[in-house]
Design a protein. Structure first.
Ligand SMILES: [Ca+2]
Length: 420
C-alpha cells in the first residue's frame, strides 16, 4: 500500500519464496526485507518484544478470618473502576498469587475478603513486593466501594501472516477476561468477539502456554453458547467441536471458533457460502462489504487437575491465536511471545528462525476497552524519509522504534476519528 512499486516487484518473488519454503529453500533475507519494507514503522527496534505487561508473584500470609485475597489494580474505595489481577482462597493458609499487569503500573492493592465475600479492606503495595503478612498489616477500609471487575485484555490480529497486511490489527478483535470461582482448581475465561475485519475465513482458539491437555480436567461453557454453534459447513481448521482440544505437542487449547464471520453474522448466502463482510470496522455500511453486528460473548470455565496450575494461569500464559489460510497452507497467528508455537498445525517445519523479523501480527493491549482502528488504518506509522508520523495512536510508532519508551501509547489516541 505504502510502497506500491516495491510491493509488486516482491509479491511475485515472495509467492515463490513461500512455496519454496516447503522445499526448504526459504529465502530468509528476501522475506524479512519485504516484511520490513511493508511494515508501517521505519527503524523498528530489533529487540522489540511487543510486551506491554509485566508479571510477578507475591506470597500472602492471612489470618483464619480472611477467606480470600485479591490483587487489585487500584483501590475499590472512592468509586473508581478497578480490576482483579489475581485471586486466591486462603482461610488462614499462606497463599502465593501470580499476576500480570500493565508495565506502566507501579502501585497495586491487596484486598481481603470475609467468608461471606465482603471486602474487609485493602493495603497498597508496590510491584515486586514479595510477601505481605495480613496477620500484622493494618487494612484500610474506605467508603463508596465499587465492586472490582475481572481483568480484561484486548487481542488484535492481522490476517495475512506470513505476508504483511495493512496492520490495522482489526481483522479479529477479542476481549478476554479472567475470573475465579469458589473452587481454587478453576479459572473462568470470558471471550468477547468485537470485530472481524477479515475478508477470509478465520478460526480461533486459546493456547494455554505451559499447560498440557492432560493437566486440564475439563472446559465447560458456563455462559453464552459455543461461539460457532450450528456451523453449517465442513470444518477445515479445527476439526473437533469439543471446547478442550489437544495441541500437536500435547498442549491444552480452548477451542473457540471455526469461522469468525459465522460467529458474528450467522449467515449463509443463497449460493451456500458463508457471508464474509467485514464486521464492526467501518462507521459506514457498504453493501456486501462492510456491516455491523452485536458482539458475541462466551464464558469458559477451565477446571485444572491441580490448584497450582489454576493459580499459575496468568495473562502472560494466555495465548489466543487465529488460524488462516495463505497459499494453500494454514498458518497460526499467535501473541508475539508465542509467535512460533504452532500448536495445531505444523507450519514452520523447524524453520522458525526464518520468520524472526520482530514484527508481530498480533497486538495485546492490557486494557478492556481499547479502541481499535477503522478499516485499513494502521495503528501508527512513521516514515523516516519524510519524518511523518500518522495514525490514531501517534506514540505507537515511537514504541515500535524503542520498546523501552512510550509503553503507554495505547492510553492516548491522538486521532480518535480514525478509531472504530
Ligand atoms: Ca488488516
Amino acid at each position: 500500500m505504502r510502497h506500491c512499486k516495491y510491493t509488486w516487484l516482491l509479491v511475485a518473488t515472495l509467492l515463490g519464496i513461500i512455496t519454496s519454503c516447503e522445499k526448504e529453500q526459504f529465502d530468509k533475507e528476501a522475506y524479512n526485507e519485504y516484511v520490513d519494507y511493508e511494515f508501517m514503522v521505519d527503524n523498528m527496534d530489533r529487540s522489540h518484544d511487543w510486551n506491554l505487561t509485566k508479571s510477578d508473584t507475591i506470597t500472602i500470609i492471612a489470618p483464619a478470618t480472611i477467606k480470600a485475597v485479591q490483587i487489585l489494580t487500584g483501590t475499590p474505595y472512592g468509586g473508581n473502576e478497578v480490576e482483579i489481577a489475581a485471586e486466591g482462597v486462603c482461610y488462614g493458609d499462606e497463599t502465593t498469587l501470580a499476576y500480570t499487569i500493565p508495565s506502566i503500573q507501579t502501585k497495586l492493592y491487596l484486598a481481603a475478603l470475609s467468608p461471606d465475600g465482603k471486602y474487609l479492606g485493602v493495603t497498597p503495595f508496590d510491584f515486586k513486593t514479595k510477601s505481605i503478612d495480613l496477620t500484622t498489616q493494618q487494612l484500610y477500609i474506605g467508603t463508596n466501594l465499587k465492586e472490582p471487575t475481572p481483568q480484561t485484555f484486548t487481542y488484535l490480529y492481522e490476517e495475512d501472516f506470513p505476508l504483511p497486511g495493512d496492520f490495522d490489527y482489526n481483522d479479529i478483535v477479542l476481549r478476554i477476561s479472567k475470573d475465579y470461582t469458589e473452587s481454587s482448581y478453576q479459572v473462568v475465561l470470558t471471550v468477547k468477539m468485537d470485530a472481524v475485519g477479515a475478508a477470509k475465513q478465520i478460526a480461533g482458539g486459546i493456547h494455554l502456554a505451559g499447560i498440557q491437555y492432560d493437566d486440564v480436567a475439563k472446559v465447560e461453557i458456563i455462559s453464552g453458547e459455543q461461539m460457532d454453534k450450528n456451523y453449517p459447513m465442513p470444518r477445515r481448521y479445527i476439526s473437533s467441536e469439543e471446547s478442550l482440544i489437544k495441541g500437536r505437542n500435547g498442549e491444552a487449547v480452548v477451542n473457540l471458533f471455526e469461522d469468525a464471520h459465522w460467529v458474528l453474522l450467522k449467515n449463509k448466502n443463497t449460493n451456500g457460502s458463508i457471508t464474509r463482510m467485514r464486521v464492526n470496522t467501518s462507521h459506514t455500511e457498504i453493501e456486501n462489504q462492510m456491516t455491523t453486528a452485536t458482539s458475541v460473548t462466551t464464558t469458559y470455565c477451565i477446571t485444572f487437575k491441580t490448584r497450582e496450575m489454576a493459580r499459575g494461569l496468568t495473562f502472560d500464559r494466555i495465548d489466543p491465536f487465529i488460524l488462516e489460510e495463505y497459499n494453500g497452507s494454514v498458518w497460526e497467528v499467535h501473541t508475539y511471545a508465542y509467535k512460533f508455537n504452532d500448536v495445531l498445525k505444523d507450519i514452520f517445519r523447524g524453520n522458525q528462525s526464518a520468520y524472526d523479523n520482530h514484527v508481530s501480527w498480533c497486538v495485546v493491549v492490557p486494557e478492556k476497552d481499547f479502541r481499535y482502528p477503522i478499516e485499513g488504518m494502521s495503528l501508527g506509522t512513521y516514515n523516516s524519509k519524510s519524518g511523518e508520523i500518522f495514525g490514531p495512536y501517534s506514540n505507537f510508532s515511537n514504541w515500535i522504534q524503542n520498546h523501552f519508551s512510550y509503553n503507554d501509547w495505547y492510553k492516548n489516541a491522538t486521532r480518535p476519528q480514525l478509531l472504530y
